[in-house]
Design a protein around this ligand. Structure first.
Ligand code: GDP
Ligand code: MN
Length: 397
């Protein structure tokens, strides 16, 4: 589960990580109130208005603006609230901005120059541990740094059984170019607390870009991109409550309400499969036959008429779908039952609008094929995977 920047910063604060402070607002009036409160708390007289959407690159898309007066706070909030923010990570449609974070400006000039770092903690599944990935080149596109200057990306592996060691935090601060003094000390505790936050919230990612060294040598998280492991949410209700359904694909939400494991993709062949492994294999097969999968959909063990109809409805909500492939292996579930379910679902839906290829294999597969063919519906029944693949290719031709 992804959460917003303001929620990520609240979690960081709970673990003692120092953050750029801010207050959430969902109207220009609230934004002005928030700016006043920020001024009282921090003494700041400049503010940043930050669009809260689940996507990075907000700055590049015009979703982050500096305000130098209360009037500007109001005007910029007015502009950003309700806008359709397009960033390199949102796709062309963009995302609607429902709220903004009114944050203190932390880039004021002072005795020493400001510096932006990149710091993240994530799972390293291959090593069975955590890894801190960091770079002195923060603030910008980290993918670009990784490509052009791989030597500027550092890694510090963390063994979860012994935890993040103090010498490791010191090594990070040194590699970031900090040499003793307050900024060095603050960076060491910043890193230690960041790892605590990562572990304590059962996260799979904490990405802070930029981490800022202010001109008076304080270390602050200016941004927070956080992903929490979905499987842990039942243990951490306070974090589960941070879920914002407005940020999710509406079709995926609808599928979740039917208990269907659906992930939208951008291909043209809709697929309905039982079992995640078979679904992955089916998607590969679609690709090999010259199509490209429009979705991942695992209907699970029960393929009743109602469930099949729900699945078809979900698949057909995607206008890119030009054919549907059903690939069901009848182990516990009998293929003739599934075939009946498909026939009933097709009748209840009326015109399917796209060719339907159905491969049922396993218990009573022969009876199932006969049922589909006897239905009089325009269903192409296939038995082998090759047969199904060529039928998909023919439907797209
Ligand atoms: P992102 O674009 O979605 O990654 O959002 P960030 O929170 O990382 O902000 C983007 C950029 O806005 C940062 O890299 C900074 O350059 C700038 N920014 C953020 N906070 C401040 C601030 O307090 N003052 C100023 N002047 N710029 C800021
Ligand atoms: Mn950022």
């Amino acid at each position: 589960m992804n959460i917003h920047e303001y929620q990520g910063k609240a979690l960081l604060s709970q673990y003692g990580v120092t953050v750029q402070r801010g207050i959430l607002a969902s109207t220009p009036d609230e934004a002005v109130q928030a700016a006043n409160a920020m001024q009282e708390q921090t003494g700041t007289s400049w503010w940043v208005v930050k669009a809260q959407v689940h996507a990075g690159g907000r700055g590049k898309g015009g979703g982050i603006k500096l305000a130098k007066s209360m009037d500007q706070v109001r005007d910029l909030s007015q502009q950003i609230l309700g806008m359709q923010l397009v960033t390199p990570q949102t796709g062309a449609a963009g995302k609607t901005v429902h709220s903004v974070l009114i944050a203190e400006d932390v880039y004021a000039p002072g005795p020493s120059p400001t510096q932006e770092f990149y710091l993240s903690v994530l799972l390293d599944r291959a090593k069975g541990g955590f890894v801190m990935v960091y770079s002195p080149e923060g603030g910008m596109d980290i993918e670009e740094v990784a490509e052009k200057h791989p030597e500027k990306i550092y890694r510090e592996w963390i063994d979860p059984t012994i935890g993040f060691q103090a010498y490791q935090a010191r090594r990070v601060a040194l590699n970031l170019g900090l040499k003793g003094g307050q900024a060095f000390k603050q960076m060491v505790s910043f890193c230690q607390n960041l790892v605590k936050a990562f572990e304590g919230t059962e996260a799979s990612l904490f990405e802070i870009n930029p981490v800022l060294k202010t001109s008076d040598d304080r270390i602050l998280a200016v941004d927070a991109k956080v992903n929490i492991d979905d499987n842990a949410l039942m243990r951490i209700p306070a974090i589960a409550a941070m879920h914002d359904p407005r940020e999710e694909d509406p079709t995926e939400l609808k599928a979740a309400s039917f208990n269907l494991n659906y992930v939208k993709l951008d291909g043209n062949v809709g697929c309905m499969v039982n079992g995640a492994g078979l679904a992955m294999a089916t998607m590969d097969m679609i690709q090999l036959s010259g199509g490209s999968p429009a979705n991942f959909l695992d209907v699970g063990g029960t393929a009743s008429a109602e469930r099949v109809a729900q699945a078809f409805n979900i698949i057909l909500e995607d206008p890119n779908v030009q054919a549907i492939l059903v690939n069901i292996f009848g182990g516990i579930v009998r293929c003739d039952r599934v075939a009946n379910g498909i026939v009933e679902a097709c009748r209840s839906l009326g015109d399917l609008r796209v060719p339907l290829i159905v491969r049922l294999q396993g218990t009573n597969a022969v009876e199932a094929k006969a049922l589909l063919e006897a239905s009089g519906l325009p269903i192409r029944a296939a038995v082998t995977l090759e047969d199904a693949a060529s039928a998909v290719a023919a439907a797209l031709a």
